[in-house]
Design a protein around this ligand. Sequence first.
Ligand SMILES: NC(=O)c1ccc[n+]([C@@H]2O[C@H](COP(=O)([O-])OP(=O)(O)OC[C@H]3O[C@@H](n4cnc5c(N)ncnc54)[C@H](O)[C@@H]3O)[C@@H](O)[C@H]2O)c1
Length: 351
Amino acid sequence: MGMIMVTGSAGLAGSETVKRFLSHGLEVLGIDNDLRRYFFGAEASTAPNREALLKLPGYTHANTDIRDMDALSALFKKYGTAIQAVVHTAAQPSHDWAAREPLTDFGVNALGTLHLLEAARRHCPEAVFIFTSTNKVYGDLPNALPLEEQATRWELAASHPFFRHGIDESMSIDASTHSLFGASKVAADVMVQEYGRYFGMRTVCFRGGCLTGPAHSGAELHGFLSYLMKCAVTGRPYQVFGHKGKQVRDNLHSHDLVDAFWQFFQAPRHGEVYNLGGGRRAHCSLLEAIALCEEISARPLRWSYQDQARRGDHQWYVSDCSKFKRHYPDWQCRYDLRSTLQEIHDALAAG
Ligand SMILES: NC(=O)c1ccc[n+]([C@@H]2O[C@H](COP(=O)([O-])OP(=O)(O)OC[C@H]3O[C@@H](n4cnc5c(N)ncnc54)[C@H](O)[C@@H]3O)[C@@H](O)[C@H]2O)c1
């Protein structure tokens, strides 16, 4: 039987990927050493997700660190060409955290990705390689778009070509402030493309907007909607940084993200790049997200405002997924913003 390797398997995107591929009768080898706990503290640990996955038939777990090439090579060697796909979601995922330890960030995001590409090339070159990149590869260039201030949000000028569907892949990834996280992800993103173009491997970069869902171990530095709802449910104070709280993001439920992985796996291409997010159907400003969290949780959120935006933070970002939809017309988004937040709320309320 075929098997799939999922890195970051206990994380938000990884755990959803494991469940989806198992449901199609594939075996899954998950790799995750709970580095998220080191990044963001015990509350953000993904150990509970790992324990839940271990109960699923067909799932095997390795606590391997993707920075350890020898250990990774041993796993690839063991499974060889039985590996039909590598879904690479392990990462240091925070914009802000990266500046604390640039070497760790680059080691995990850039070097770890190169390790996986090279091990796949040596041991299973036919495997599909799916990489979760990020919209931060565009740095702060989206902030140069002509934005208008509205009552609760920044909004793109209606005459702009990105107004209707959002930002597409034609945006430059060059000459802007990325944050160290954005830069390490650019390095990985370009390398994933290169293994597709130069070596002919079936690789893809999905440049995600905000990805979320009940499986997110939300922390202040990563997992915006999940953490926001956690604050609403627990009464913990929430801090808004800059842009008057009117910064706009689009949000994609991890279920819909993984459906895109599944579509690509069934009909892979070489060295592709796609923007992937909730798009216009699931976007909101921070102020609008706060109002929706308050409504769903039926509790007021205690939040305060600090007039200092996070460096490189996007003021307005909505993903245009048209290219992916054109290539994969069967991709269906099941969730909108309200249903995503409702699910996060219900999971938190259930404890
Ligand atoms: N969540 C978002 O809003 C978002 C947005 C855009 C892109 N992305 C990207 O999507 C991917 C998945 O994000 P997520 O939200 O699921 O993150 P997550 O933190 O929930 O999951 C990542 C998992 O990888 C593990 N991990 C980290 N470093 C590791 C290492 N060196 N070796 C082994 N395991 C390691 C962590 O323990 C964690 O369980 C990341 O590449 C991230 O950059 C996420």
